[in-house]
Design a protein around this ligand. Structure first.
Ligand SMILES: Nc1ncnc2c1ncn2[C@@H]1O[C@H](COP(=O)(O)OP(=O)(O)OP(=O)(O)O)[C@@H](O)[C@H]1O
Ligand SMILES: N[C@@H](Cc1ccc(O)cc1)C(=O)O
Length: 640
């Protein structure tokens, strides 16, 4: 290895040698110096990744490429650090560490404030480090007490499930867009790039308390824990502190330990309110690591194995309040803040803050930002820099097609030509029938459906009602072919009690054709059903009483008395009143609703609905005939 020793001690150098470029495989096993067996092809990839990393370090040292850490500092991402700048810089130079940031699903959507700690994670991924995004399914049950004087209202179980499902898919969509941004900016993806969306319920749901107490509890001293500002303030000025709130930072620290030993995650990033939790986390990881009772599993300490972290500055609204769920309202869920409104939010940013925001929220190289600011300063009224910012953020959050479409919509709405430096706006191609649905254009995932449907109708009809199948028969087909999934414990092929999904940990199992009364076994907390078709078409369905459903005025596809029957009756009424002509009615009838076929192996009995539909059709035809020819209807002629 050709790196200079500099001020690094001999022992650290040895550790570095064994770990430089270790990449996604620099896991617990490697850290504790154990040899893991890889096939020759896999080993060749590891060796190549390591060689690339060393080559990169050389180029950074020669000043040919910028150090990722220096870029973070230059763009304004670094507020406080856990570990000195120099330690972090050296660590990142020589070791392909992983970094993570965590978000508790306490609301149904991420907002622009969350994007700030995510940005350095995305940058690190593009530069070849591992980028992990964690959803706090377990920690959200407790609630982070940081900077609060009053405890949080506990989340309802169904709200937690809803929030974590939505945030999970938002993060997945964001990661897809990060891939697009990386391609756009010319980063070449290689085998060693690693990213993940994880949920801390995965380990907390099966972690014995005794393990936490033994590995962590014995060594953590009460003094430093009690002297933390959050604890002192909440106890002296607020409503006191519960034991679970008190342990929250230790849970967060354990998360870090879990990913440190399993995935080589050595860095944590958070908003500046997370500094205390990150510092406690550093301590936690070291304590748990050093309390390993099995000498064969021991991980060495030292600057090249110790955890480090940093915080990003807090994004505040114009009044200086932390941008969050209540202050400001730019959410990443397009059903909460439309693409158009998100674009508008960034176009309205002031001239004073636009440069800072371009550095924080875009992957534009600094030269492009400087150039754009120069053009902007020539005529600030044109808001060139703000449009560039809006275009880039919408591109990151909703994809580049959405960015072009939204900028063009903006132009059309305000009738002014928009100039975005370096961008030629284009009309995005419309999705065709056979384009597979993407997570980015997935329809709204939360909906309500009535109890009579969920408790009494077949799963095929429910899939149809939820918009996951074009008809009940397609729904039945999906169920028989196991092409759809239900939120449930994986691996359970039969519907029995207690196979319901844990409400804090998203998991799916294929749907089978079961008796209508069995669907209830999958209801989370007695009222939430999660369905999925393909990878990204999700429905989080809240079951409401039939009365509530009626009151809401909603209808679902296939609802008795709606759809075909309702349409026929409406057309008849309008035809009779002269609001529609026979030709118009005939044209409307062409878009008739597909009649449901029975599921394979089931016998179709004539039911009331189809009889009623036949009668209504006949009545409408008679009326059309009468209007067209005048005089008597064919039936009456026949009767004569
Ligand atoms: N306005 C913001 N600026 C910078 N970082 C933020 C901002 N809002 C949230 N974050 C960061 O995003 C991560 C997840 O935040 P968190 O889950 O606490 O969301 P939140 O909106 O702050 O929620 P809550 O109001 O429930 O505390 C944390 O690292 C947090 O510091
Ligand atoms: N405590 C963080 C969320 C979080 C949860 C678990 C973690 O491991 C990390 C971060 C917050 O409230 O913002």
């Amino acid at each position: 290895m050709s790196m200079s020793r500099g001020s690094v001690c001999r022992r650290c150098l040895l550790t570095m040698k064994s770990m430089a470029g270790g990449g996604p495989t620099s896991t617990y096993a490697q850290q504790r110096g154990k040899k893991t067996w890889h096939g020759p092809k896999y080993q060749a990839k590891i060796d190549q990744a390591q060689a690339d990393w060393e080559e990169r370090a050389e180029k950074i040292k020669k000043g040919e490429i910028q150090h990722t850490w220096d870029m973070f500092v230059e763009r304004g991402y670094v507020k406080d650090t856990a570990g000195s700048h120099e330690t972090i810089r050296k660590l990142m130079l020589h070791k392909r560490i992983g970094a993570y940031t965590g978000i508790d699903p306490t609301a149904p959507s991420l907002h622009i404030g969350h994007l700030l700690p995510l940005m350095p994670i995305f940058w690190m991924y593009m530069h070849g480090y591992a980028g992990y995004t964690l959803i706090g399914g377990a920690t959200a049950k407790i609630g982070d007490p940081t900077d609060r004087l009053v405890s949080r209202t506990p989340l309802k179980r169904t709200d937690l499930t809803m929030n974590l499902t939505k945030i999970h898919y938002q993060l997945k969509a964001l990661w897809m867009n990060v891939e697009e941004q990386a391609r756009r900016r010319g980063f070449e993806k290689d085998w060693a790039w690693k990213r993940a969306v994880v949920n801390n319920s995965t380990w907390w749901n099966s972690l014995p308390l005794i393990e936490v107490l033994k590995r962590l509890g014995d060594s953590m001293r009460m003094g430093p824990l009690l002297s933390r500002d959050t604890v002192k303030n909440k106890m002296s000025k607020g409503d006191g502190m519960s034991f679970s709130e008190f342990t929250y930072p230790l849970m967060q620290g354990w998360d870090w330990w879990h990913m440190y030993q399993a995935n080589g995650i050595q860095m944590q990033i958070g908003g500046s309110d997370q500094y205390g939790n990150i510092v406690t986390g550093v301590e936690t990881v070291k304590v748990v690591r050093d309390n390993e009772p099995d000498p064969a599993k021991k991980i060495e300490g030292g600057p090249f194995n110790d955890p480090v972290g940093f915080t990003v500055p807090l994004l505040t609204d114009s009044a200086g309040v932390k941008f969050g769920k209540s202050a400001g309202n730019a959410f990443l869920d397009k059903f909460q803040t439309s693409e158009f409104d998100l674009y508008g939010y960034f176009v309205r940013r002031s001239d004073q803050e636009v440069e800072k925001l371009l550095k924080l929220f875009t992957f534009l190289p600094m030269e492009n930002i400087n150039e754009a600011m120069k053009i902007h300063s020539e005529n600030p009224a044109r808001r060139v820099a703000q449009h560039l910012l809006a275009f880039e953020v919408v591109g990151l959050v909703h994809g580049m097609n959405a960015a072009h479409r939204t900028a063009l919509n903006h132009q059309a709405r305000y009738g002014k030509q928009i100039d975005i430096p370096g961008v030629t706006l284009r009309m995005p191609k419309a999705a065709t029938e056979d384009t597979p649905p993407s997570i980015l254009d997935a329809p709204k995932m939360d909906m309500q459906l009535p109890e009579s449907l969920i408790m009494g109708k077949s799963i095929g009809r429910i899939l149809y009602a939820a918009g996951l199948a074009k008809s009940a028969s397609e729904g039945h087909r999906l169920a028989t072919q196991q092409g759809a999934y239900i939120g449930a414990m994986p691996g359970h092929k039969r519907t029995e009690d207690n196979k319901v999904m844990d409400y804090s940990q998203l998991s799916f199992t294929p749907i089978k054709l079961w008796f209508p009364q069995e669907t209830r076994n999958y209801l989370i907390d007695g009222k939430l059903l999660i369905l999925r078709k393909g990878k990204v078409q999700i429905r989080v369905i809240e079951m409401v009483s039939d009365e509530e459903w009626k009151e809401s005025g909603q209808t679902y596809p296939g609802e008795p008395g709606t759809g075909a029957l309702r349409m026929l009756r409406q057309q008849l009424k309008m035809l009779k009143s002269g609001m529609l002509t026979p030709d118009e009615v005939k044209a409307n009838l062409k878009n008739h609703v597909e009649e449901e076929a029975p599921p394979p192996g089931f016998m179709k009995f004539p039911d009331q609905d189809s009889y009623a539909i036949r009668r209504a059709t006949q009545e409408l035809m008679d009326e059309i005939h009468q209007k067209e020819v005048g005089g008597d209807s064919p039936r009456e002629e026949r009767r004569e």
